[in-house]
Design a protein around this ligand. Structure first.
Ligand code: GRF
Length: 212
């Protein structure tokens, strides 16, 4: 059976959506970089082993990356899932896990990389916002895109209200992408995403709408 590890920094709602999705693989560990990450308790409640690799305990980013990589490799996972993991990882780390590390980002990439994506989306005036699962490459939030989900921006949205609707979609698409990978249907080939059995979607999402 394949196995995966999940990396978190905080509340861990995406981690919970992955652990509760009955994925075709074993979660070998949830690894947090903060001892107080709330998600660690949710993982323990589900009987998943947890580990803390506290970034404040290392003198440099390279030293932290090396310790984190060693911890991950000790579980020999097929897949590494970043789920609200808020540390920027160095190039050697990213290259070590190339083609087997996914991330969830709360925007329709390549729009709004980085932090505060919901405020940025509202500020820019886009009508459609959403989330993206992508393979992790050395450029931040710029790896090959696996799946995206879109939500309409609504009148009266503030960043928190918009974030809540996007988060619901994050919880839907991340387990789907992880399942595809663990089923052997999803891979990276020469920097391009390959998904077996993919077909074209006929529908378009148009926003705003007016009744006729
Ligand atoms: C999510 O919005 C995720 O896309 C982003 O950080 C947030 C983490 O939330 N990278 P959670 O810890 O999964 O609840």
């Amino acid at each position: 059976m394949k196995s995966y590890v999940i990396l978190i920094s905080g509340r861990g709602s995406n981690m919970c959506s992955l652990l509760d999705a009955n994925l075709p693989g074993r979660c070998a560990a949830v690894i947090g970089n903060r001892p107080d990450a709330a998600g660690l308790d949710f993982a323990r409640e589900r009987g998943v082993p947890t580990v803390v690799v506290d970034h404040t305990a290392y003198p440099s980013r390279d030293a932290f990356d090396a310790a984190l990589a060693a911890e991950i490799e000790s579980h020999a996972p097929d897949l590494v899932l970043l789920a609200g993991f808020m540390r920027v990882l160095g190039d050697p780390f990213v290259e070590r896990f190339a083609g087997r590390m996914l991330n969830i980002h709360p925007s329709l990439l390549p729009a709004f990389p980085g932090l505060n994506t919901h405020a940025a989306a509202l500020e820019s005036g886009v009508r459609i916002h959403g989330c993206t699962v992508h393979f992790v490459t050395p450029s931040l939030d710029a790896g090959p895109i696996v799946i995206q989900a879109a939500v309409a921006v609504q009148a009266g949205d503030d960043p928190a209200r918009l974030a809540a609707r996007v988060l619901e979609q994050e919880h839907a698409i991340y387990p789907r992408a992880a399942r595809w990978f663990l089923d052997g249907r999803l891979r990276l080939e020469a920097g391009r995403v390959r998904l077996d059995g993919e077909f074209a979607v006929p529908a378009a999402l148009c926003v705003p709408c007016l009744s006729p």
